[in-house]
Design a protein around this ligand. Structure first.
Ligand code: AOF
Ligand code: ZN
Length: 351
C-alpha cells in the first residue's frame, strides 16, 4: 500500500507552499500587481525560486527560471497564479516556461485578469506541457484578495479597521485617543496600510487627529523598503478641506490626496479600481464613515483591535448605525482571533 504522504498530491502541496512563501516576499511591494511566487523542482529538489517584487519588473516565473538555469529542462514549475499569456510591461511567462523546457506546471489558481483568464494554461497545454490547476488555491488567493476581487467584479476588497476599548469606544468625548491600543497592534496596522492601494478617512478624523496615514516600511521587516504609497481619500461632503501646501493638516499638504464630496460610496470604490488601480482599500475613520460603509454593505472584512480597558459611556462609540430591531443587527463570523501584545485582534467577515 502506498503511503499517502508520498502521493503526488502531498508533494504538490508541499512545493506549492514553498511557492506561496516566495509570493509573500512581495506582499507589500507589488501593487497594483498581485504577489506571485514560483519554485522549480527537479527530482524532488528545489532548483530555482523567485517572486514578483514590483510592477514593471519581471514576474515570479522569470526569476525562478533564471535561478534554475539549464537545470529547468524536464522539471516541474509551481506557480501561485496562472502564468500570464499577455505582453504586458513584461513578456508572457507562459512562453518563458515553454522555452525553458519544463515538462509540468502546477498552478494554484487561474488569473482572472481578462488579459490572461485561462489563456496562460492553454498556451502551456498547447506546447505539450502537463498542467495541474487547483493546488492550495485558497491559501494562494488569500494573498491577493484585492487584485482578485477587482479583476472579477471591478470593485476593491474593502477592509474596515477599528481600534476600540472593551466597551467598544474609540476615543474620549473630546477626541483624545492616543493611545488605546498598544504598539504591537499599531505595528500590525502598518501591515494593513502597506497592503492597501488606498486608505479612506473622513474630514472629521483629519480635523481632529491630523493623521499622516503613512507606511513606515522599516517596521514591516520586508525585503523591499520601497512600499508604494497608498492613495489617501478624504470623505468631505461639506467641502471643509482642500489641497494647500501650507495646510495645518498633513494630508492636505499632499498633492495626491483625493477629496470625495459625493454621497455615493459605491461610485468612489468603482473609481478607485478603474481610475487608480487601488484594489485593496482600507478604511481608517470615525464612527459615521465606518457606519456608512457597513450599512451600505461595502465592507468585506472588519478588523477590530480591542484593548482591555473601559472608557465609559461618554466616550465615542465605534460605529454609527441604527438598527431598529434586533433582526436588523449587523452580524459577522470570526475569521481569526489573536492576541497582539496586550490587545486582541479580531478579523471578522460579514454574514
Ligand atoms: C505572472 N507572474 O509573477 C505576476 C503575474 O504589467 P505586467 O506585465 O507586470 O503584468 C501584470 C499582470 O500580470 C497582472 O495584472 C496579473 O494579471 C499578472 N501577474 N503574472 O505570470 C507573476 N505577478
Ligand atoms: Zn507573467
Amino acid at each position: 500500500m502506498s503511503n499517502p504522504d508520498h502521493s503526488q498530491d502531498a508533494k504538490d502541496r508541499y512545493f506549492m507552499m514553498l511557492a506561496i512563501e516566495q509570493a509573500k516576499l512581495g506582499l507589500y511591494s507589488t501593487r497594483p500587481n498581485p504577489a506571485v511566487g514560483c519554485v522549480i523542482v527537479q527530482a524532488e529538489e528545489v532548483i530555482g525560486q523567485g517572486f514578483h517584487a514590483k510592477a514593471g519588473q519581471p514576474h515570479a516565473e522569470v526569476f525562478a527560471l533564471k535561478d534554475a538555469g539549464t537545470k529547468a529542462l524536464g522539471a516541474t514549475a509551481y506557480v501561485t497564479l496562472e502564468p500570464c499569456s499577455h505582453m504586458g510591461r513584461t513578456p508572457p511567462c507562459a512562453q518563458a516556461l515553454v522555452e525553458s523546457g519544463v515538462k509540468r506546471v502546477v498552478v494554484a489558481g487561474l488569473d482572472p485578469n481578462p488579459q490572461v483568464a485561462g489563456r496562460g494554461v492553454r498556451l502551456l497545454e498547447q506546447a505539450g506541457i502537463d498542467v495541474t490547476v487547483g493546488i492550495l488555491t485558497a491559501q494562494a488567493e488569500a494573498l491577493n484578495k484585492g487584485f482578485l476581487k477587482a479583476m472579477r467584479m471591478q470593485m476593491p476588497y474593502v477592509r474596515l479597521k477599528i481600534a476600540t476599548s472593551l466597551d467598544g469606544r474609540t476615543a474620549m468625548a473630546n477626541g483624545q485617543s492616543k493611545w488605546i491600543t498598544g504598539t504591537a497592534a499599531r505595528e500590525d496596522v502598518q501591515k494593513l496600510r502597506a497592503q492597501s492601494g488606498a486608505i479612506i478617512t473622513g474630514s472629521e478624523t483629519v480635523i481632529i487627529d491630523n493623521p499622516q496615514l503613512n507606511v513606515r516600511s522599516h517596521q514591516l521587516g520586508i525585503a523591499f523598503e520601497e512600499v508604494p504609497r497608498p492613495k489617501v481619500v478624504i470623505l468631505d461632503r461639506r467641502g471643509r478641506l482642500k489641497h494647500d501646501p501650507e495646510s495645518d493638516y498633513q494630508l492636505c499638504r499632499r498633492t495626491d490626496t483625493l477629496y470625495w464630496c459625493d454621497d455615493d460610496l459605491t461610485e468612489l470604490l468603482t473609481l478607485l479600481v478603474s481610475e487608480y488601480q487601488c484594489y485593496d482599500v482600507l478604511i481608517e475613520a470615525g464612527a459615521s464613515v465606518a457606519g456608512s460603509f457597513l450599512q451600505q454593505q461595502l465592507v468585506d472584512e472588519l478588523i477590530v483591535y480591542q484593548a482591555p480597558c473601559l472608557l465609559g459611556q461618554q466616550a465615542r462609540a465605534m460605529v454609527n448605525i441604527n438598527p431598529l430591531s434586533l433582526a436588523q443587527q449587523l452580524r459577522f463570523n470570526i475569521e481569526c482571533h489573536e492576541q497582539l501584545g496586550s490587545d486582541l485582534k479580531l478579523t471578522l467577515l460579514p454574514v
